[in-house]
Ligand binder design. Structure first.
Ligand SMILES: NC(=O)C1=CN([C@@H]2O[C@H](COP(=O)(O)OP(=O)(O)OC[C@H]3O[C@@H](n4cnc5c(N)ncnc54)[C@H](OP(=O)(O)O)[C@@H]3O)[C@@H](O)[C@H]2O)C=CC1
Ligand SMILES: N[C@@H](CCC(=O)OP(=O)(O)O)C(=O)O
Length: 373
């Protein structure tokens, strides 16, 4: 359905682009033929995933003969408030349908025309296979009031997933009366250990910083061990990548850069800017990251096994990497087809949320006349 209607999607998207501000976030709003085909591909990947609904995860028998099992069931009606990124409209709806849920979508107001067209097409697709079109609903009123109202729809919504920046999350935490799964912004770190392969470190850093700077899994902050700082930072500066470097005092003594303020280390730039901190050991690196990160994704580059395991255990984030780019924090890359969001809270799901995160379980109990004594 999407690939057959590329023209109508692109022209709806053009209406959104015509009123959008030209900033690094604009990239997320753009739909073109290539991106629509990629969205359709992701949809097929989700459709092809094994069905988990109705699965009984485990079953056991009690001494009285009762057989107790845990069966996977949908959450119900899932509400999502999300950013002006029209691919999320399809990812979220398809993940909900695949996991047996209905969804109520409230995308970024900047993407309203694109979203309305995508939902129109998805509803046609549902109808064409005999499913109720109403399983995908979109809020067409782009006002903030509509988002705030969603936060209190207890009689309809089983869960609300806010996907966006700090302002949205703060508003949800203050106003929501429905159960919420928070996704959060990404102040993601890469730590170059004293035992790092520096060439690998540069590759990983460039990928994580520059491949798509506007997304939440892009690297925002570099932490470097002092023993390799000279060599690593000199190479970084020599590459002349167009990244604005904001370094602490020790970094400033090695390479030309903008002085980093305290706030820089808490900042998610979503742009070609990188904060840099030099540390004297792994413990200091871990403490710095746990203090400043948004608990999204962090990576260590090291050849040392012990250091890698310490980093894995002590970093308090949804996804922790050894020798890989933080850009992989993504439902597609994790094999989920897509994600409805990347949870930075610990309940009910953490990290990229695919089909399983959109289900819960219920106990099913088989008896043959047992009564409790
Ligand atoms: N962890 C994850 O899965 C993800 C994290 N992010 C993070 O989101 C941020 C970027 O998102 P951005 O484009 O700025 O999106 P925003 O946070 O500005 O907006 C996202 C959605 O929330 C709505 N919204 C924003 N503030 C409020 C509020 N106070 N009350 C009610 N609704 C509100 C917006 O509506 P309106 O259109 O009216 O502004 C929009 O629909 C980055 O920090 C990024 O890292 C983004 C996606 C995924
Ligand atoms: N799925 C994404 C990452 C999560 C995301 O949507 O982030 P954002 O662009 O900040 O809304 C990706 O890497 O493509």
């Amino acid at each position: 359905m999407l690939e057959k209607n590329i023209d109508s999607i692109v022209s709806a998207n053009a209406k959104d682009l015509a009123k959008a501000a030209n900033n690094p976030m604009l990239d997320r709003l753009i739909l073109n033929e290539e991106r629509i085909i990629a969205i359709a591909d992701a949809t097929r990947k989700i459709i092809d995933l094994p069905d988990i609904l109705g699965n009984i995860d485990k079953m056991w028998q009690r001494p009285n003969g009762l057989k107790i099992g845990q069966q996977r069931v949908p959450l119900g009606l899932v509400g999502i408030i999300y950013e002006a990124r029209p691919n999320v409209t399809v990812d979220a709806a398809v993940l909900c349908i695949k996991s047996g849920n209905a969804c109520l979508l409230r995308g970024g107001s900047d993407a309203i025309y694109s979203n309305l067209e995508l939902v129109r097409l998805m509803r046609l697709a549902l109808k064409s296979v005999g499913l109720p079109a109403e399983a995908i609903e979109i809020i067409s009123d782009p006002s903030r009031e509509s988002a705030t109202q969603m936060m209190k729809l207890n009689q309809y919504l089983d869960v609300l997933i806010p996907r966006g920046g700090a302002g949205l999350i703060k508003s949800v935490v203050q106003n929501a009366t429905v159960p919420v799964i928070e996704t959060g912004s990404g102040n993601c770190h890469i730590y170059i250990d004293e035992y790092a392969d520096l060439e690998m470190g540069l590759d990983i850093l460039f990928n994580a910083k520059t491949q798509r700077p506007s997304v939440c899994n892009a690297c925002e902050s570099l932490v470097v061990h002092s023993k390799v700082a000279n060599e690593f930072l000199t190479q970084l500066a020599e590459q002349n990548t167009g990244i604005e470097l904001r370094g602490d005092e020790r970094t400033q003594a090695i390479i030309p850069c903008t002085p980093a303020t305290d706030e820089d280390f808490y900042e998610e730039y979503n742009d070609l800017i990188l904060s840099i901190k030099i540390v004297d050991g792994l413990d200091e690196a871990i403490d710095h990251i746990n203090e400043h990160s948004t608990k999204h994704s962090e990576s260590i580059v090291t050849k040392d096994y012990k250091n890698s395991q310490k980093f894995l255990q002590r970093i308090n984030s949804a996804v922790v990497y050894i020798n890989a780019s933080t850009r992989f924090t993504d439902g597609y890359e994790f094999g989920f087809g897509a994600e409805i969001g990347i949870s930075t809270q610990k309940l009910h799901a953490r990290g990229p949320m695919g089909i399983e995160a959109l289900t819960t379980t219920k106990y099913i109990v088989y008896g043959n006349g047992q009564i409790r004594k």
